[in-house]
Design a protein around this ligand. Structure first.
Ligand SMILES: Nc1ncnc2c1ncn2[C@@H]1O[C@H](COP(=O)(O)OP(=O)(O)OP(=O)(O)O)[C@@H](O)[C@H]1O
Ligand SMILES: [Mg+2]
Length: 358
């Protein structure tokens, strides 16, 4: 018997992948999504979603892409995985994602193709929206000027293209490389970590989707998870999944706060069990281990530049939103874009790498 059987779970409830099947529409995510949807609906030009490490930015970006009806939007999600990316390269990728099959190598010609395509989309009453994840990696003045150029393209009543940058708060410093661009930020929202209620509901939501609606974590255990994780979803996942495994080893049907203490001490950087550890120190230790991981992963031979286009997915069941929170308007059905399997495989492997690295 493994721990999934022991806890009557059909699958791993706290996987590290930003799988939107497990999306939980927390009050924090919901507020962010409502604002971002408004920004793209009204074609505001440039919107920013910033948040600390592991707060759920990528999850939100994927969920947002999924929420943009295809009849209304020509949309794409690009993930920047290297800061060495050039402005020309990015421009070309954007052109391809917006449906220009053969983008020109010549910059002027490429810009004219883009302008033509954006106008065409405008005539078709479609909104061109490009979501950019890990946008803090866009770091050059040249890059910022390119975005500004695209944002200057306007129809009489609206911008022709809208970007949403998802990333760490340092995006804001990078934007200042081109202060006119910084001034064009029409909407900025900071994704906060979960409050206690959200952490509790999130843990239960994930366990429920994985097949068990019983009380596996005692209320004091959830309190500890919240305190140690500081409400950051990635930390919640790590602590909870380790707790399930430890709980299984000691055959605890209900996981209590002692198990959480033990797991959290084990997750310290040294890996040694500490006698007593202040919550904040442990949280930092967990954070620290991510930083080390991401440094290691960028040392591996990585493609110079890479992008993904997120394929839309239909969640098998509508996400359970907390009652007090209003879910943004979603279309009844979102058609999946046809996509070659090999592309999808590549996307999956990039996403895996991203997730492991960060
Ligand atoms: N609203 C949510 N619903 C379900 N799972 C979530 C949610 N938010 C975050 N998670 C989970 O938390 C983990 C971290 O999320 P994600 O990768 O989206 O964070 P991030 O802010 O993009 O992190 P990074 O700063 O490293 O890029 C993932 O396992 C993801 O599945
Ligand atoms: Mg991310």
């Amino acid at each position: 018997m493994n721990y999934l059987d022991f806890y009557k779970l059909n699958e791993e409830p706290f996987s590290s992948a930003p799988d939107i099947k497990f999306y939980y529409n927390s009050a924090q995510h919901s507020k962010a999504l409502v604002r971002l949807m408004y920004a793209v609906d009204s074609m505001k030009g440039l919107a920013l979603l910033i948040g600390d490490i592991g707060t759920g930015k990528t999850t939100l970006a994927r969920r947002m892409l999924d929420s943009l009806p295809e009849e209304e939007y020509e949309s794409a999600l690009l993930v920047i995985i290297h800061s060495g990316i050039t402005a020309d390269w990015l421009l070309k990728k954007i052109a391809m994602q917006l449906g220009i099959p053969d983008p020109s190598e010549n910059k002027i010609a490429l810009l004219s193709q883009l302008y033509g395509r954006l106008n065409e989309l405008y005539e078709q009453h479609k909104k061109a929206v490009v979501l950019i994840d890990e946008a803090q990696m866009l770091k050059t003045k040249e890059m910022m000027e390119e975005f500004r150029g695209l944002l200057n393209l306007e129809a009489p009543d609206r911008k022709l293209i809208t970007f949403v940058f998802f990333g760490l708060p340092e995006i804001e410093e990078n934007l200042l490389l081109d202060s006119p661009l910084a001034q064009r930020v029409a909407l900025k929202y900071r994704l906060e970590s979960f409050n206690y209620e959200s952490t509790e509901a999130y843990v239960k939501h994930r366990l429920g989707l994985a097949g068990n609606k019983d009380e596996i974590f005692a209320p004091e255990a959830i309190e500890k998870i919240h305190a140690y994780s500081k409400g950051i979803p990635r930390r919640i996942n790590i602590i909870s999944s380790n707790a399930l495994f430890e709980g299984f080893l000691v055959k605890a049907k209900v996981i209590d706060s002692k198990i959480i203490d033990g797991v959290v001490a084990d997750l310290g950087i040294t890996g040694e069990k500490k006698e007593t550890t202040a919550t904040a120190d442990v949280a930092e230790a967990i954070e620290g281990s991510f930083i080390v991981e991401s440094v290691e992963s960028s040392a591996a031979p990585a493609p110079a530049v890479q992008e993904i286009v997120q394929q839309r997915q239909k969640p098998s069941a509508p996400p359970a939103a907390p009652k007090q929170v209003q879910e943004p308007q979603r279309p009844a059905a979102v058609k999946a874009k046809p996509k070659k399997q090999e592309d999808q495989d590549e996307i999956d492997s990039i996403l895996d790498k991203l997730e492991k690295g960060g």
